[in-house]
Design a binder for this molecule. Structure first.
Ligand code: HEC
Length: 289
């Protein structure tokens, strides 16, 4: 062995042992709360959103969450389009016109901005105009816009860093992409009394699923809070599940179409492969090889 190779080998060995020593520390440091995976209508390779569930989920958003959270990247018209809650257009027009948080438009002929009722093409605005207003009203905490929250959150899994590629591969093989909704469900159903040795700060609430366990959102859901019209039981679990499914749709509104087209493309490629194979046999049939 030349000295160069020897040096390379020994530095590699040193790096490898450093990794072995450090990785258990990393694993212990980042352990997030455990989130139980749920069964969703839209799970897996073929899952599609359940329209009735999206409608109930929107109802929960409207009657509960909209008091504090906006949904600015969803426009009223999106509630009509296929693949989503699919409400009738007239109903959504009426809903937009009555939405309490109006749209700032203008300037008018006098150069002034003015407020007007929302139309189908407007975003679903929350109660606050900006982050400062929200924080001032919410005791310093900021209720984030919920449009993309299902993509912005996931299930915290922090084993040793080198296992991550394998976990990702596992997710691809199992087509697991519902981490955001699993977290939302766990968060909304995760309010409990704090353990005896934990002191909860002023204006904070204890939650099993929230990283760090203390957040400024009081438990938003109570049993019997929202009156469902389709016979679904008015429990906190059902509200949480429906609103989590609705927020999965708002973060990924073309989900159903994408999965459907994916299967159609696979079928098309399969047929094309068979045709190309038969064509090749035929064209080369007279050539000895
Ligand atoms: C009374 C106001 C209020 C209501 C009602 C409310 N929230 Fe919140 N929410 C907050 C505040 C304030 C925060 C910020 C908490 C913090 O940063 O500690 C928050 C944070 C969140 C978060 C982010 C948690 C994270 O991981 O960072 C989610 C998700 C959320 N709310 C979902 C909902 C849903 C869904 C509903 C309706 C079922 C709802 N909220 C109803 C005030 C509210």
């Amino acid at each position: 062995m030349t000295s160069m190779t020897r040096r390379l080998v020994s530095s590699f060995a040193a790096a490898a042992s450093a990794v072995l020593i450090v990785s258990p520390v990393l694993a212990a440091e980042g352990d997030g709360p455990e989130i139980v995976r749920q069964q969703w209508a839209f799970s897996g390779f073929r899952g599609q959103f359940d329209q009735a569930q999206l409608q109930r989920g929107f109802q929960v958003y409207k009657e509960v969450c909209a008091a504090c959270h906006g949904l600015n990247r969803v426009n009223f018209r999106n509630l009509v389009q296929p693949g989503g809650p699919g409400f009738p257009e007239e109903a959504v027009k009426a809903l937009a016109a009555e939405w309490p948080n109006q749209i700032t438009d203008g300037p008018n002929d006098e150069g002034k901005m003015f407020e007007r009722p929302a139309r189908l093409s407007d975003p679903i605005r929350g109660p606050y105009r900006n982050e400062k207003e929200a924080r001032a009203a919410q005791n310093g905490a900021y209720p984030p816009d919920l449009s993309l929250i299902a993509k912005a959150r996931g299930v915290a899994r922090n084993p040793s860093w080198w296992t991550h590629p394998f976990l990702m591969l596992g997710d691809i093989v199992k087509s697991y992409q519902e981490g955001g909704s699993d977290y939302l469900f766990a968060l909304l159903t995760g309010y409990t009394d704090p353990p005896a040795d934990v002191k909860v700060g002023d204006g904070m609430y204890y939650n099993k699923a929230f990283p760090g366990h203390q957040l400024a959102m009081p438990t938003p859901l109570q049993p019997d809070q929202v009156a469902y019209s389709d016979g679904t039981k008015p429990t906190v679990e059902n509200y949480a599940k429906d609103v989590a499914a609705f927020l999965a749709w708002s973060a990924d509104p073309t989900h159903d179409q994408r999965k459907r087209i994916g299967w159609q493309v696979m079928l098309y490629l399969l047929v094309t492969t068979a045709l190309l194979y038969l064509g090749k046999k035929r064209i080369w049939a007279d050539v000895k090889h």
